[in-house]
Design a protein around this ligand. Structure first.
Ligand code: PEP
Length: 253
């Protein structure tokens, strides 16, 4: 059965003291994360080891890198490898966030290489996809996301695809306060699942968690997560506020 997941993306925010305070206040809030749920903290890279150590005592709570490189090791100054993550107990990584696609020119092929390497080394990729506003306004979002899936994921085996977490994040809803309606989210999630079913079969598609991301907050999480094909959220801004993120965790199915 696929997991319901609340993933925090702290992006490039917080000092180490602020990060520790935030993490501890969420963990100390007495959240119960059941076996069919998972909570993930994608913290800035300098804090990964600290956070991984801290969550190690908690069930179903993990830490994720916000990015990872596509090569195993070598002369790639400034990059972080998958095995480095594993060596500090980090076994999740966000791959292909729209901010990396936009500001660092990451394309579908490069992202495919990162996903593949993560899977080879047993790190769970949280693969981000989603369209910009002009694509949505032209009614071309389904085809756009389909191409992202085909070019970055569809070379994977059926076993591999079931290890991937997909995050649908319409770019027009990220950090804008403008959330997709729960019906818009469900429509795209059902589309993504039907693409997975077409490629890998229905049983496999039912095992893949598909998160929604884009201005999720305590006030809208329950409605969005309540949709049948929405398996939780990838949360930016609201994950920086302890009470908000705790309420988002509680809104998981
Ligand atoms: C994100 O960065 O993945 C995101 C969804 O951000 P926000 O929740 O702030 O829109």
């Amino acid at each position: 059965m696929r997991k319901q997941i609340a993933a925090a993306n702290w992006k490039m925010n917080l000092t180490v003291t602020e990060a520790e305070t935030l993490l501890y206040s969420i963990l100390d809030a007495g959240i119960e994360v059941s076996e069919n749920q998972k909570v993930v903290f994608a913290v800035p890279s300098p804090y990964l080891a600290m956070a991984a150590k801290k969550v190690a005592d908690y069930n179903n709570i993990s830490v994720a890198a916000q990015n990872v490189y596509s090569k195993k090791s070598g002369a790639f100054t400034g990059e972080t490898s998958v095995s480095m993550l594993k060596s500090i107990g980090v076994v999740h990584a966000i791959i292909g966030h729209s901010e990396r696609r936009e500001y660092f020119n990451e394309g579908n092929q490069f992202i495919a290489e990162k996903v593949k390497l993560c899977l080879q080394e047993s790190v769970v990729p949280i693969f981000c996809c989603g369209e910009a506003l002009p694509v949505r306004e032209a009614g071309e979002q389904n085809g756009f996301v389909q191409t992202q899936l085909e070019e970055s994921l569809f070379d994977l085996s059926a076993d591999e695809i079931q290890q991937v977490v997909i995050a649908y994040e319409p770019i027009w809803a990220i950090g804008t306060g403008k959330t997709a309606s729960s019906d818009q989210a469900q429509e795209m999630h059902a589309h993504i699942r039907s693409q997975l079913a077409g490629k890998y079969g229905e049983a496999v598609s039912e095992n893949v968690s598909i998160l929604y991301g884009g201005s999720v907050k305590a006030s809208n999480a329950k409605e969005i997560f309540g949709k049948p094909d929405v398996d939780g959220g990838l949360v930016g801004g609201a994950s920086l506020i302890a009470d908000e993120f705790v309420a988002i965790i509680k809104a998981l199915k």
